[in-house]
Design a binder for this molecule. Structure first.
Ligand SMILES: [Zn+2]
Length: 198
């Protein structure tokens, strides 16, 4: 059965709770790369996410380019957000580095904290073109077995695109899975951009 993984970055935001309801309606599990300062604003949404069985990952504390800060600063960015998630009862799984930027030094830091990096291979640029039909078209035309789809749940136009993305891809036989499921798990200190188990 062909699989894809929906991933949502930069939240939890104002539209995340609504997105969780949409995913529940469609019985779809996704992966959320959450930002520490957003978790502080909406810890209840993290608990709702976890209770629904979604995978929750770490997208840093306040979204710097990790390749542009010191290794110590990068470590604090990740460790702080890990602690914020654990405080909500969540075991964070994997890191999406802001802007997808990593190098060997960043991977070393992630590895020492028990994390691997997860990027994507389908990017509809939903943060740039805040237009629901455009986002639906870009995601559904680029999806392939094993794809990791990048979206941002902080934009209502992106959340609005999710029902049609799910129905279109399900009609093509796709199954929606988490990043851990589609990759089979990411070894600490390594990086992946797509699923190994399409
Ligand atoms: Zn981001």
């Amino acid at each position: 059965m062909p699989c894809v993984a929906l991933t949502f970055d930069d939240g939890p935001g104002a539209h995340t709770s609504r997105l969780l309801d949409i995913l529940a309606d469609h019985d779809v599990k996704a992966t959320f790369y959450t930002v520490g300062r957003q978790i502080e604003q909406r810890p209840g949404v993290i608990r709702k996410m976890a209770a629904a069985g979604h995978q929750i990952g770490n997208h840093s504390y306040d979204h710097p380019q990790l390749t542009a800060v010191s290794a110590d600063a990068a470590r604090r960015q990740i460790a702080t957000t890990d602690a914020l998630l654990r405080a909500q009862g969540v075991t964070p799984s994997t890191v999406r580095p802001p802007y997808g930027s990593y190098n060997t030094s960043v991977l070393q830091v992630l590895g020492s904290l028990g994390h691997g990096a997860v990027n994507w291979n389908v990017d509809p640029r939903d943060w740039q073109d805040k237009d629901t039909p455009t986002v639906v078209q870009r995601v559904t035309s680029a999806a392939r077995p094993g794809a990791i789809l990048l979206m941002h749940d902080v934009h209502s136009t992106s959340v609005d695109a999710v029902p049609q993305i799910i129905t279109t891809l399900k009609a093509r036989g796709y199954h929606f899975v988490t990043v851990d499921q589609i990759t089979g798990g990411v070894a600490p200190g390594s990086a992946v951009h797509s699923g190994m188990h399409p």
